[in-house]
Design a protein around this ligand. Structure first.
Ligand code: ADP
Ligand code: MG
Ligand code: ZN
Length: 485
């Protein structure tokens, strides 16, 4: 029987605040274990949580950027479960009244634009981290608890089960990450766990008419890269369809992903509904957002990827160029600054995506870290537009700018690279080249177009590349034309 693939994703994003969600401990990755802890995040009796406003601000920014309805009234709840990384034995989260609902992310799938709906976004605190001793979990003799991460602010972004393939899931995650990266609310490093994804996968029989929620689904937990989310989903599709083909049913369960084997493996069955015994957090007041504060946040939001796509499309950039540019907010920032100084956007993006990107990649730098700033690139491009230097010279000058930090103007002077476009100077060179290459001149007159290119090349060579090719072209044609008998 044919099935349709159904995928819904839950994404946890650590917010980039200075301090934790409910205490003043530093929110820092990679420190010595248990150095960022206090009575609140260690769950000492009597210690009380105080909500971090900066975290709320980042969370709400994300909610607005993901087109959600922001609820001015929401609340925190306790989610109870026992695990050694959770010192309070409950997590402060948001249950029935999350701060944001009903957003969406636009993706392009099979050449079609498609909207993946976001069901809800809620705020919660992260748990600590268990460091298992020994080579593998099976052989481990114990685990050490590091509570530096306990209490770090998170948002959980829960999608609707709107995706129908591994590819759509990858595209959703890529776009979600792009949007969030423009806001600078998180490091978004999946390998460090500052962005984590759980993938829910089920197969819907074509004739199924019930609710998607009731289909038995598998939740693959904590997959550590966008690529692996795709692999895990592909594996699940195969595993589940084989089971169904054999007449077996799908068990609702939580599975892990084994990166090396490219397989998912069972962790625990979810047949018995988890009973988290949620109830309102009594130690925190309801979360009330001021509407004028909300309006200010909204107004201060940067231009987001979709808006940039439209703008760049209207400036005539190709779909490919646009996608490469919008994926990296530091590129867009660079472009935006440069666009304030020039109207030559086509030339600008071409130079950014070719030479600039290559020179940056060679040095492992992003556009934000580029030693050549937007104003300096624009100066260089203006020299080309003025005819002072050729494109080829500009390439060489740009390389030098990366090395020496000099401006284009300084380098043109120092390297003596100014382009020669003075007719009087070039006419002499043109005449000499014509005199030296009688055979090629004959070829030209008998209609061989390529002969002209050769002659231009000879003049360029004599001037060490400094002649303006356009001027040489014109002068050669003039000289050759007049010698036709
Ligand atoms: P849970 O507590 O089980 O994680 P949540 O409500 O937090 O439940 O998340 C449910 C997730 O499962 C959502 O992302 C939703 O889109 C997804 N989902 C719901 N039904 C299906 C289905 N049939 N197949 C795949 N994913 C689904
Ligand atoms: Mg969940
Ligand atoms: Zn603390």
């Amino acid at each position: 029987m044919p099935y349709q693939v159904v995928v819904g994703l839950e994404v946890h994003v650590e917010l980039k605040t200075k301090t934790k969600l409910f205490c003043q401990c530093a929110n820092a990755f990679g420190s010595e274990p248990n150095t960022h802890t206090c009575p609140v995040c260690l769950a000492m009796p009597g210690a009380l949580p105080v909500l971090n406003q900066a975290a709320v601000e980042l969370a709400v920014k994300a909610g607005i950027a993901l087109q959600c309805t922001i609820h001015c009234h929401s609340k925190f709840d306790r989610k109870q479960y026992f695990y050694p990384d959770l010192p309070k034995a409950y997590q402060i989260s948001q249950y029935d009244l999350p701060f944001a609902e009903w957003g969406h992310v636009n993706i392009v799938a099979d050449g079609q634009r498609k909207q993946v709906r976001i069901r809800r976004i809620h705020m919660e605190e992260d748990a600590g981290k268990l460091n298992h001793l020994g080579q593998s979990l099976e052989q481990s003799e114990g685990s050490l608890v590091d509570l530096n991460r306990a209490g770090v602010p998170l948002i959980e972004i829960v999608s609707e089960p709107d995706m129908t393939s591994a590819d759509e899931a990858r595209r959703y995650l890529t776009e979600l990450r792009a949007v969030l990266s423009y806001l600078d609310v998180s490091d978004l490093r999946m390998e460090e766990g500052s962005m984590r994804c759980d993938a829910n996968v089920s197969l819907k029989p074509e004739d199924y008419t019930g609710s998607l929620e009731d289909l038995p689904r598998v939740e693959v937990k904590n997959v550590n890269s966008i690529r692996n989310v795709g692999r895990a989903i592909e594996y699940e599709i195969e595993r589940q369809s084989e089971r169904l083909a054999q007449g077996q049913r799908i068990i609702k369960e939580t599975r892990g992903f084994d990166d090396a084997r490219g397989r998912t493996y069972s962790q625990r069955s979810k047949e018995e509904a988890n009973d988290y015994r949620y109830f309102p957090e009594p130690d925190l007041p309801p979360l009330v957002l001021d509407s004028s504060w909300l309006a200010r946040l909204q107004a201060a939001l940067p231009m987001l990827p979709d808006a940039w796509r439209e703008r760049l499309e209207s400036l005539g950039l190709s779909a490919n160029e646009i996608e490469v540019l919008v994926q990296d907010p530091s590129q867009i920032q660079f472009l935006q600054e440069a666009m304030e100084m020039t109207t030559e956007v086509r030339a600008l993006t071409r130079w950014m995506l070719a030479d600039m990107l290559r020179l940056l990649n060679e040095r492992g730098l992003s556009f934000a870290q580029s030693p050549v700033r937007p104003a300096q690139l624009v100066e260089l491009l203006n020299f080309i537009a003025d005819g002072r230097i050729s494109g080829r010279m500009a390439k060489e000058i740009l390389e030098n700018m990366f090395v020496s930090g000099e401006s284009a103007g300084q380098l043109v002077d120092r390297l003596g690279m100014a382009q020669i476009s003075d007719d009087a100077v070039l006419r002499g060179q043109v005449a000499e080249v014509i005199a030296e290459h009688g055979k090629v001149v004959d070829d030209y007159h008998s209609g061989k177009e390529r002969a002209l290119g050769f002659l231009v090349g000879q003049v360029m060579k004599r001037t060490r590349g400094q002649a303006s090719p356009e001027v040489v072209n014109r002068l050669l044609k003039e000289a050759l034309g007049s010698s036709v008998s």
